[in-house]
Design a protein around this ligand. Sequence first.
Ligand code: Q46
Ligand code: ZN
Ligand code: ZN
Length: 306
Amino acid sequence: MKCRVCREPAVLDIRRHNAAFCRDHFVKHCAEQVRRAIKDHDMIGAGERVVVAVSGGKDSLALWDLLVDLGYRPDGLYLGLGIGEYSEASGHAARAFAQDRGLKLHEVDLATDFGYDIPRAAAATHRAPCGACGLSKRHLFNAVAVEHGYDVVATGHNLDDEAAVLLGNVLRWETGYLGRQHPVLPATPGFARKVKPLYRLGERETAAYCVLRGLDYQVEECPMAEGNRHLGFKEVLDGLEDRSPGAKAAFVFGFVDRAHEYFTDDAGEEREGLRQCVVCGSPTTSGVCAFCRLRERVGTRAEHSQ
Ligand code: Q46
Ligand code: ZN
Ligand code: ZN
């Protein structure tokens, strides 16, 4: 196996590109995919402030590293979920990465700052933990970005994540979700722009990138992921990819380029009629936003003043 670019021995082959790369050219390949994603979708404008949602895992650390490498100066945001040792090791990886490079890392801790953690929220809602977790992340990433004046929130969703979510949305024809599933969600009043610069890279590529760049990431998967239906979709898609390399990329890129536009009206309808949450002021379609309702159910919400 030789590198497609320089013919030196390759360290990794990517079947969907029908190509192998040496270390240096693989790192360049990753940077090129991210550069292209940013350019194709106008993800980050000149002089805009970017915050990366950092979990300490391979995707978010690869993303932070790649954005720095491409000349941006992004800060990080780590959210402590309180999922035992997993969260401790994740926080450690995120902090070490920031410290080694002199980058700024904001930290929010669910237990310290909001009085609950994900296991407790899951118990109180009698639902799978990923529901409360995803809701908390969406709310707090945006709230911190808005509070600190960031223009853009970048998340580490990769090609495998996007393909799994897309499959789930298509299987149920969730047209509103399909309208919002895109590498860029534009800013609207109360919401920073959300971007996914890794959507052109598979998770095998982001893991290899971290190893080749010597990034110390949290290798363990979240212990609460069991039962997350996206894992099932990932398995199905891995099977497809095995038989037909490039299937995931064709599925996701084809949707982004040729199908997403047909669903944007459905997503737009859901964003109409937004008002301010009476408790925290975040945009919401109901009087009290989903995050504050969650806090109320977990029993930690401060009473709002009338
Ligand atoms: S951290 Fe949270 Fe994930 Fe763990 S509880 Fe589910 S959503 S699996 S990316
Ligand atoms: Zn090479
Ligand atoms: Zn609220």
